[in-house]
Ligand binder design. Sequence first.
Ligand code: NAP
Length: 489
Amino acid sequence: MIDLQIQSSLTDPSLLVDTAYINGQWCSAKDDATIDVINPSSKKIIATVPDLTVDQVRQAINDANTAWKTWKSSPATERATKLANWYQLMMDNQDDLARIMTLEQGKPLQESKGEITYAASFIKWFAEEARRINGETHPAPTSDRRLMTVKQPVGVCAAITPWNFPAAMITRKCAPAIAAGCTILVKPADLTPLSALALAVLADRAGIPAGVFNVVTGNAKSIGETFTSSEIIRKLTFTGSTKVGSLLMAQSAPTVKRLSLELGGNAPFIVFEDADIDEAVSGLMISKFRNAGQTCVCANRVLVHDKIYDRFTDSLVNAVRTLKVGDGFAENVTIGPLINENAVAKVRAHIEDSLQKGASIAYGEIPSGDDLFVTPTILRDVTTDMLPATEETFGPLAPLIRFHTDEEALKIANETPYGLGAYYYTQNLKRAWHVGENLEFGMIGLNSGVISMDSSPFGGIKLSGVGREGSNLGIEEYLEVKAWHIGSL
Ligand code: NAP
């Protein structure tokens, strides 16, 4: 079921589909079971998508395996061309894709457009990388032998993706897989399957063969178990919470699958006494409030040196005052609704816990009731025993923690089991090196609130996961190295 009024508001209504995409076919669930897709802004059902049966998912895996047998030996130029077509189709349809994203996810339309461009950039990048999968030769121990390595696709892959970046988390996984010669099945988040299905429409138009890119919708637990227990699927790539990532890791152990896990974070954002305060505030506004604070690399703990604490707080309050909360389609809105009531409850719990332990509100308010529109809030005098310091908030809350020395800042920053993103602002070269070398995170931004782009490796350490996406490293996650010994020459 699709809301026909919404469908007709698109330039190309055929991009909004309500069926899964398996082996080049559009299909409903065998028993016609469906899952509702809800617009978080209006809380109205905008579509339903199939709740596929386990048998249908198993069949999809078999079909992807059949497709792999041909795709794995397709010429690199063919893979590159088809991915380049897909990229171009995304760019040609970016306005419609952005509208679909704002409808199901809630983020402001301008941000959705930004995500579509960002998502498409990974397809372009890996279209280019497809032609650079190079092997090596190695010195052999005797003169009658030769030794070399070739790289080959790992096989059929499965991807499970979250709702906060409904397009980019898919292209960042599927583009390198397809470029490497793998086939892939994606299970998008139940909350945001329409963006994934729109990408499937375009993949089909781009000439990506049947069975190479598939979108299966349905019950997360059951699809996860079907993927992880499958002997055919050789690699699982997951973006989401650490809790589910670690469960999938355990489930994948009996079949010893390759894994990429992009999990939760708890990013510190450190503002040293010599920082350019205007730059630091601008960086924090991007890092903290993009997607209403619902990103894994969001600044979660803002550490500010005692000497500039009040000045920084005032500047930040002035900047946050300019944010406008509302429906993602409304003019000038910069913060959309949070994804659901649980997300609002978490922000509320973090504020209340901090206030009880001695923090105060510098700007904003405690979210009330079930309203998904949450005022961006700044807390001052936050300490390391309060909830925002220990857990990912995943909402528009900036907790300001005071520090006095570099070592204290580093200690607080690293005092987390997570290790995804970290940010720091300083003009001092010696401090910049020392802090950068000692931050225990997969990605760090020095005087920058942006740490994610196609050309840079994205990924974390510790409880934030394993593996890297994007950059020259991203495609390696979908390749096996085969050592080839040649004797008797
Ligand atoms: P989540 O609850 O872990 O869900 C992520 C995906 O896993 C969804 O598709 C979900 O399906 C599925 N899932 C849930 N339970 C499952 C199970 N038992 N077996 C198999 N799949 C299961 O995470 P989320 O709330 O959507 O996303 C927020 C989290 O993702 C945050 O912690 C954030 O930091 C992290 N994240 C990390 C990165 C990164 O690159 N490191 C990027 C973005 C987000 P359903 O939606 O159908 O339940």
